[in-house]
Write a protein that binds this ligand. Structure first.
Ligand code: FAD
Length: 414
């Protein structure tokens, strides 16, 4: 009896799903549209115990160090005065390192770069799913997993009512080599998760393992800034007037916006933060922040996982863990399937959707609440905004305690 699966998207969600399904006896292929190996999407990732457990199930060897351990969080005011600190041990890593570990666990010959999927027919109880590729080929499978990220074309096609909402702010993201920073910036930022906030702004840094070695430390910076839709429109337009939808490649950002951001960081916060921006390695990344919710995650023999289904704002630090949990829940729901053609596949996917939609809804709500002090969206009431401002400004320890900590159920481990 055979069980064939096609996974669309070879990033975090796709690799978790493919590795887990492969180990559960599925004949899996990944189709990734990028024609070159994926590179970093914003660098820093906070890990959680649940994520580490799913990584082990997905075949990532326990002797591969995941990242570096830090033990403390600190909140500063704009001038750099310490306001609060909290002991909270966590392993911090980089997006590239995590992706490299997942890639190493998956057979090379099953991972196909330069395979963009144009369209999916999701199939049903009697019919297999069909995947139409940009190269003109059509492939059939018993199961299709769409791990295509926030801009998933499959979601647009099959669930047109499920669309993302701009949160009213952006994140600038950068990484610097710790060894290249001044001794004062190293003393300030090097060994802890550091935060500063001002209404409409939040800046944070944390040390991460470099992609190629956990002995080499980098400082990851994320700076959230309230940004109106018209300002965003200008920032997503390059200097030749080309407008990008939802996000702009770093090398196309108008240099005037980059220079303004670095200058404004120096005006707003202690100079150590802007030093990370100005000594960064690699580009300054502009990331508009969105909420995305789905009321269902399956259609026929197709399942959405990861950011294709739900995007919670980064404050809760769950994006990769949620993708891992979706993949694990999907694999578990399919555990009793012996023959991929069996109608039970469709029922198993339905169970998966019922299990994971509430997890996604609650992650999005929690992350939205954490972002409300930075900007309000049409979904927030003024009361929500004011309550959140009071909560996070009356005691900065709330920010330290709630940012990027494990949320029960997201990783789907018991
Ligand atoms: C500022 C910020 C900070 C963050 N911090 C954290 C953190 O600390 N911890 C954490 O866990 N998460 C964090 N995240 C979130 C995390 O990066 C994402 O949740 C995660 O990368 C989602 O993985 P994914 O595989 O679902 O989607 P993506 O990584 O977006 O991958 C989608 C893949 O699908 C491919 N694709 C798309 N369409 C097609 C097609 N038609 N055919 C073939 N391939 C296709 C794309 O090329 C891409 O490779 C953060 C995000 C931001 C913005």
């Amino acid at each position: 009896m055979e069980k064939t699966a096609i996974v669309i998207g070879g990033s975090m969600g796709g690799l978790f799903a493919a590795n887990l399904l492969l180990r559960a006896g599925w004949d899996v292929r990944i189709f990734e549209r990028s024609d070159t190996p994926l590179s970093s999407r914003g660098a820093g990732i906070v890990t959680h115990e649940g994520l580490r457990r799913v990584l082990a199930l997905a075949g990532v060897a326990a002797n591969d160090p995941l990242g570096i351990l830090i033990t403390e969080r600190r909140a500063f005011d704009r001038s750099g005065k310490l306001l609060a600190q909290l002991s909270l041990p966590q392993i911090l890593t980089s997006w590239s390192r995590l992706l490299g570990l997942l890639l190493a666990a998956f057979p090379r010959d099953r991972y196909h770069l330069n395979h963009a999927v144009d369209r999916v027919e999701p199939g049903d109880v009697q019919h297999l799913a069909r995947v139409h590729l940009g190269n003109g080929q059509t492939q059939e499978a018993h199961l299709v997993v769409a791990a295509e990220g926030l801009r998933s074309a499959t979601r647009h096609l099959l669930f047109p009512e499920q669309s993302s909402v701009y949160a009213g702010y952006i994140a600038w993201r950068a990484v610097a080599d710790q060894s290249q920073l001044s001794s004062s910036a190293q003393g300030f930022l090097a060994d802890a998760f550091c935060f500063a906030q001002d209404p409409g702004e939040q800046i944070l840094t944390y040390p991460i393992a470099a992609p190629d070695s956990v002995d080499s430390i980098q400082i990851n910076l994320v700076w959230y800034r309230k940004t109106s839709e018209s300002q965003l429109e200008s920032m997503l337009t390059d200097r030749f007037g080309q407008r990008f939808e939802g996000g702009i490649p770093p090398d196309r950002i108008d240099p005037r916006h980059l220079q303004a951001a670095i200058a404004q960081a120096a005006d707003h916060f202690h100079p150590c933060w802007s030093e990370v921006l100005s000594t960064r390695i690699g580009p300054l990344i502009l990331q508009p922040i969105f909420d995305l919710e789905s009321s269902e995650m399956v259609r026929g023999r197709l399942a959405l996982v990861g950011d294709a289904a739900f995007v919670a704002r980064p404050h809760i630090g769950q994006g990769v863990t949620k993708a891992a949990g979706d993949a694990l829940a999907l694999t578990e729901c399919l555990a009793d399937i012996r023959d991929g053609a069996a109608p039970e596949v469709v029922q198993a996917l339905d169970t998966f959707s019922k299990l994971r939609v509430p997890v996604g809804v609650s992650a999005v709500a929690q992350a939205r609440r954490m972002g409300t002090p930075i900007a309000m969206t049409r979904n927030d009431s003024r009361q929500d905004h004011e309550d959140a401002l009071i909560h996070y400004y009356s005691d900065p320890k709330h920010l330290l305690r709630e940012t990027a900590v494990e949320i029960k159920g997201v990783a789907h481990v018991r």
